[in-house]
Write a protein that binds this ligand. Structure first.
Ligand code: NAP
Length: 254
């Protein structure tokens, strides 16, 4: 382990969920470049190891975050390796096309287990460590956390829940000097649409439609989302808490 790290996060320990692809991979690598030791979490060890390749400060923990035992195990892994937790990035999440007429209990439960329950249990398990480091939590929401999404109402509702958890935890933890903020990205290049089980042609059509609606004329890339997650977590941002930052190429205004 290189302890001579330079950068804003040198000496800090960061947990990034969903670090096997998309936004989470870019976030894990950006924190490592900024000097942090990073624990990346996702189900597939192979994609996690691709994230960690060439980044000596990234370790990986492969597990399903919908299992209620996983969050404590993740925190134990990080503290076992490095003895502290400074930043928790609740990024892992799934989207689901589920029109009201096709809504099922399993469909709702699966989405909420990953998008709402897992971030909550991770935050709870990390809390004693975040208190002692005066660290921070960054939750990854979506523009659909505060806009309607016809055909994907439960995805939108799960992100709205995450935004409201962000505000409530910000107040609950303020006395401990633990900051809690959220980033709400617009359409960003990642594996998310494919992971939702949509056929390739449908995915390509959605991407074209989204790009056409975005005032800056294109979908985002994971690196330009990741940079704002680092800024929200930056120890220098000592007076920022309870905020939801939208980064979407202007989509929300259109
Ligand atoms: N891309 C966008 O347009 C967009 C827009 C707004 C918000 N977001 C949000 O940004 C976050 C990251 O999304 P992304 O677009 O980067 O998605 P992605 O490329 O599909 O990445 C999702 C990550 O989460 C992991 N994951 C999925 N289910 C998991 C589970 N049950 N347990 C543990 N890990 C799990 C995946 O790895 P495994 O499959 O190996 O587990 C993967 O590493 C999500 O919260 C998403 O809702 C994305």
């Amino acid at each position: 382990m290189n302890d001579q790290a330079q950068g804003d996060f040198a000496g800090k320990v960061v947990i990034v969920t969903g670090a096997g692809s998309g936004i989470g991979r870019a976030v894990a690598r950006a924190f490592a470049r900024a000097g942090a030791r990073v624990l990346g979490v996702a189900r597939r060890v192979q994609t996690l190891e691709e994230t960690a390749a060439d980044h000596a400060r990234i370790a990986v923990h492969a597990a399903d975050l919908r299992d209620p035992h996983t969050p404590q195990q993740v925190i134990d892994t990080a503290t076992g390796l490095w003895g502290r937790v400074d930043v928790l990035v609740n990024n892992a999440g799934a989207t689901k096309v589920m029109p009201l007429g096709e809504t099922t209990a399993d469909g709702i439960a699966g989405l909420f287990a990953l998008n709402v329950t897992a971030p909550s249990l991770l935050a709870a398990a990390a809390l004693p460590h975040l208190r002692s480091t005066e660290g921070s939590i960054v939750n990854v929401s979506s523009t659909y956390g505060h806009r309607p999404l016809p055909g994907g109402a439960h995805y939108a509702a799960s992100k709205a829940a995450l935004e409201q958890l962000t505000r409530s935890w910000a107040l609950e933890l303020a006395a401990d000097r633990v900051r809690v903020n959220a980033l709400a990205p617009g359409p960003t290049e990642s594996q998310a649409l494919a992971a939702a089980g949509l056929p390739e042609q449908v995915v390509e059509q959605i991407k074209r439609d989204e790009a056409a609606r975005i005032p800056l004329g294109r979908r985002g890339n994971p690196e330009e989302v990741a940079t704002w997650i680092l800024r929200l977590a930056d120890p220098a941002a000592t007076w920022l808490t309870g905020q939801i930052l939208t980064i979407d190429g202007g989509l929300e205004l259109a």
